[in-house]
Design a protein around this ligand. Structure first.
Ligand code: GDP
Length: 433
């Protein structure tokens, strides 16, 4: 379903409006991995059309200040939603913060709607008109108190939302596959992007029909066109100031979410950093395919190579399933190897194991190594099915709880048997008494 992101300052009446729009059905239908802390997604239905409403949560000022937090939230909403709804308190009028976020949203190539809340009284309609100056078109007056205007607003929302969401991964084979190029500052992201788009003489296309910075780059690698998402900043070589770390991390998350596969770039000439591990965790949490690219290989000598071997064993065993490529954006070394590795990772991410084969394998594994006894009982694993692809997600039905260690063992054996190189794999266990 297409996604509507709702943004707004705290206390403008956003939650009340969200409940109105949902018809007070508040069931959380999905978690958006990696951003569950700030955002909640709901299934919404109006006039027979479904859409997903993402409530972006309040803007809490952090170390970088309210304005930066607001801008970052709006930016994230813009990048991950098909349309954005800005909620403003008509009884207060547009504050400096509202104006700051409107500035960000005016650059969006997605439709943006404006809701003016707390219009409980006809006399307040004139206050609503003042909100035209935010430059986001017609303000839609709504009252949380008696629900006035929410039907008109919903009509406007549905008109603004496209029929098919842009992040519809279900539509495979349509268009280039989406790659996020991420990593801490100065690992060489811009250099690598310039290298691949320059050397292969491929044009860095602008996204058609947008009046804003084109966000993605189309790059030809190994005879195939790929969509590198959210690379506007990289192409312009905008260096992230240290004070904007929060913002940079939101951008990284947004890029990962918008992508199918993430290339995590790591500086091979330096010890693997905490920050590298955080970016890798974001990819795992988001359930995207993963390729580890070690850059600046031209600076790596024998000593560094040895040190790195130890660091890999210590810090990256968790993602042993991800392939590594050692490149130099400077010299062009091994850059051509990235495309085949991306393909492998995506094939794993898309892969579906037929239920018959899965259960044949499962019964063999369990016969040889049954789950550990708990509380004097031997749990029996009855059945497994692959519930989802992208990433492959398996559900096991069992008569008792399976310990984390045993679940990890099953994942290892599953990977050995079916090969999921480059993709996270999820296993959940349903206990049936
Ligand atoms: P970004 O912040 O990740 O986009 O990193 P940049 O692409 O701006 O690169 C940061 C610095 O590392 C620049 O000075 C680059 O010239 C340098 N750099 C990038 N790739 C390589 C490489 O493969 N080898 C070496 N020696 N330097 C590199």
């Amino acid at each position: 379903a297409p996604v509507l992101a709702v943004v707004g300052r705290p206390n403008v009446g956003k939650s009340t409006l969200v409940n109105r729009l949902l018809g007070r059905r508040e069931a959380v239908v999905q978690d958006i991995p990696g951003v569950t802390r700030d955002r909640v997604a709901y299934d919404a239905l109006w006039n027979g059309r479904r859409f997903t409403l993402v409530d972006t949560g309040g803007w809490e000022p952090d170390a970088t200040g309210l304005q930066a937090a607001v801008a970052a939230q709006a930016d994230l909403a813009m990048q991950t939603a098909d349309a954005v709804l800005l909620v403003v308190d008509a009884s207060v009028g547009a504050t400096a913060t509202d104006e700051a976020v409107a500035r960000v949203l005016r650059r969006s190539d997605r439709p943006v709607l404006l809701a003016a809340t707390k219009v409980d009284d006809d006399r307040l309609i004139s206050d609503t008109a003042a909100l035209w100056r935010l430059g986001l078109g017609e303000p839609h007056p709504v009252s949380g108190l008696h629900g006035r205007g929410s039907g008109d607003l919903l009509d406007a929302i549905l008109e603004a939302l496209p029929e098919t969401p842009r992040d519809d991964f279900g539509a495979t084979g349509t268009g280039p596959r989406r790659v996020a190029l991420v990593g801490k500052p100065n690992v060489g992201k811009s250099s690598l992007l310039n290298r691949v788009s320059g050397e292969l003489r491929s044009v860095v296309h602008d996204v058609a029909g947008t009046t804003v910075d084109p966000v993605d780059s189309l790059v030809e690698l190994d005879g195939e066109v790929w969509r590198f998402v959210d690379t506007a900043g990289l192409r312009k070589r905008v260096q992230t100031a240290s004070g904007m770390e929060y913002y940079a991390s939101l951008r990284t998350r947004a890029a990962i979410e918008a992508a199918e596969v993430a290339v995590v770039l790591i500086d091979a000439s330096e010890p693997i950093a905490e920050q590298d591990q955080r970016v890798i965790s974001m990819v795992e949490e988001a359930g995207r395919a993963l390729v580890l690219v070690f850059n600046k290989w031209d600076l790596v000598d024998e000593d560094r190579r040895h040190a790195m071997k130890r660091e890999l064993e210590r810090d990256l065993v968790r993602v042993q399933w991800a392939e590594r490529v050692n490149v130099s954006a400077l010299t062009g070394r091994a850059v051509a190897k990235i495309a085949p590795v991306l393909r492998t990772a995506l094939a794993s991410w898309d892969k579906r194991i037929p239920t018959g084969r899965l259960n044949g394998w499962l019964s063999d594994v369990i016969a040889a190594t049954p789950p550990p006894v708990r509380g004097g009982k031997q749990p029996k694993v009855l059945f497994a099915t692959q519930a989802q692809t992208r990433p492959p997600t398996f559900v096991l039905f069992s008569t008792g709880f399976l310990e984390a260690g045993y679940r990890r063992f099953l994942e290892r054996r599953l990977r050995e048997e079916f090969g999921f190189t480059g993709s996270p794999v999820r296993i959940s266990v349903r206990v049936r008494e």
